[in-house]
Write a protein that binds this ligand. Structure first.
Ligand code: NAD
Length: 480
């Protein structure tokens, strides 16, 4: 064998052995964690929160080093949501953990019942790169609240941010309780071969399928937080100025690399020109003139050259198929820069209308009939988010009743993520299960159904089966 290949294999084996050692050690910790109080769990979450705050400057610097992410965007979208998640869990954990009384059903008169919230055990969190801190430490808060041991696999695409997350984890936890392994696909494969009790994956639908298939081998439960094309509707009664400002903020924060960013907009034909004019005004106010935008400190970059080329290919394909560039359209792949771009007149079969854009391109499609918009949404895979801008209740009701999506906002965008009391998740292609707040706690808990006997009515059904037993069963069938 080639000596360098042998060397790589040895190194790989060492990493695998280390992962297996930590996983085995976490098995022992997981049994101990079943018995700890809410105060002990809360203390762990508090320690994590303090470590994040202590490292916040490093997180901000890493965000800039990885893809030029503006400091306020790091604070707002990476640090703040984790602090909110942590505070929420610390405040409510005692209530979440308390066994929940359940009334007996007609079948179980004579018993008392409750739900007991148990940690799942050893859990794996696989995080994407686009909000690397938020989407690894946020689920970690929920996993700790539920009393689990955790292994985190951050993305390899934002190495500076992953290094800071690794530092925070090392400073805060013993690896027998929370460990972090950096690495690419090979590392994920080592982890996915292990019989975790739950996997919480955030990333693309394509990799979500790989994760779910691997989980199936051990019948491991999964939460899949995936992506997709989130549609936005602006009807003729919408407040166009408010809609333009809010939609473009939601779209161009993180340079469009947000799972719940408005992917494309359906705007009523009667207000299309007025809406586009508001959008152009908003773009200039936010990022300066076209010439100034490339140097705007408020605009992040595309994460790497491969993705910049992917987004540019979507733009080129749309233009080649007849799309019109209303604003933007310039790109400098060396700088991983693509100008915030508004497109119209895009044919349905352009690549940009089929793939998740995940970049600063915004197709604006005009419509005359709401039914055609609803039909297009329902013909596509179920989206992670849907946004409707309208002041007409009948339109809002129609869209909400005739479509589906993981979450939705009416006259707002993306804030559903920040709402700690709502479940955050997708539906089918955009995800399975949900997280955040109490829902995150439940995702990492097993709800154990417990029945306690009070009066043994069941003995009436014991054999031998007499005529009386049969009459009783017949009566139950009629009355239950
Ligand atoms: P990705 O699916 O490429 O990667 C996610 C994680 O999976 C990373 O840790 C990566 O190392 C790992 N991975 C990649 N390829 C793998 C493979 N073949 N086998 C095993 N593991 C593998 O996603 P990304 O590029 O990091 O993030 C972008 C995607 O994530 C978009 O689709 C976006 O919509 C989605 N996303 C969803 C949410 C949500 O909350 N629903 C949040 C952020 C991003």
């Amino acid at each position: 064998m080639n000596p360098s290949v042998a060397h790589i294999e040895t190194e790989f084996d060492l990493i695998r052995q280390k992962v297996h050692r930590v996983f085995a050690a976490q098995g022992i910790t997981a049994l101990q964690l079943r018995q700890i109080s809410h105060a002990e769990r809360a203390a762990k979450i508090k320690k994590l929160k303090m470590a994040l705050l202590a490292n916040s400057e490093a997180v901000i610097a890493a965000g800039f080093a990885d893809f030029g992410k503006p400091a306020p965007e790091v604070s707002l979208t990476e640090i703040l949501p984790v602090i909110a998640e942590a505070n929420d869990a610390i405040r409510k954990l005692r209530r979440w953990m308390k066994p929940k009384k359940v009334w007996p059903s007609r079948m179980t008169v004579g018993t008392s019942s409750y739900l007991q919230y148990e940690p799942k055990g050893r859990v794996l969190i696989i995080a994407p790169w686009n909000y690397a801190v938020n989407l690894s430490l946020g689920p970690l808060v929920s996993a700790l609240a539920a009393g689990n041991t955790v292994i985190i696999k951050p993305s390899e695409m934002t190495p500076h941010t992953s290094a800071v997350i690794a530092k925070i984890i090392r400073e805060t936890f013993d690896e027998n309780e929370v460990a972090l392994f950096e690495g690419e696909v090979q590392m994920t494969q080592i982890l996915l071969n292990l019989p975790f009790d739950h996997i919480f994956f955030t990333g693309s639908p394509a990799v979500g399928k790989i994760v779910m298939a691997a989980a199936a081998k051990h019948l491991t439960s999964v939460t899949l937080e995936l992506g997709g094309k989130s549609p936005t509707i602006v009807d003729e009664t919408a407040d166009l100025a408010a809609a333009a400002k809010n939609i473009l903020w939601a779209k161009f924060t993180n340079n469009g690399q947000t799972c719940i960013a408005p992917d494309h907009i359906y705007v009523h034909a009667n207000v299309k020109e007025a809406f586009l004019a508001e959008c152009i005004k908003t773009l200039q106010a936010a990022y300066g003139s076209a010439a100034e935008q490339v140097n705007s400190p408020d605009l992040a970059r595309i994460v790497n050259e491969r993705h910049a080329a992917r987004v540019k290919a979507l733009l080129d394909d749309a233009i080649a198929m007849g799309a019109k560039v209303v604003a933007g359209g310039q790109a400098d792949l060396m700088l991983r820069y693509i100008e915030p771009t508004l497109l119209t007149d895009i044919p349905d079969d352009a690549m940009i209308m089929r793939e998740e854009i995940f970049g600063p391109l915004l197709p604006v499609i005009s419509y005359a009939q709401l039914d055609t918009v609803i039909a297009s949404i329902n013909a596509a895979p179920k989206p992670l988010a849907l946004y409707i801008w309208s002041s007409k209740q009948a339109t809002i009701d129609k869209v909400m009743q005739q479509t589906t999506s993981g979450g939705a906002c009416i006259n707002h965008c993306v804030v559903q993520f920040l709402h700690g009391n709502l479940p955050f998740g997708g539906v089918n292609n955009s995800g399975i299960g949900s997280g955040h707040g109490h829902h995150g706690f439940l995702a990492f808990s097993h709800e154990r159904a417990v029945v306690r006997n009070r009066i043994m009515f069941a003995k009436m059904f014991y054999p031998p089966y007499t005529a009386f037993t049969r009459r009783l069963i017949a009566l139950f069938i009629k009355t239950v």
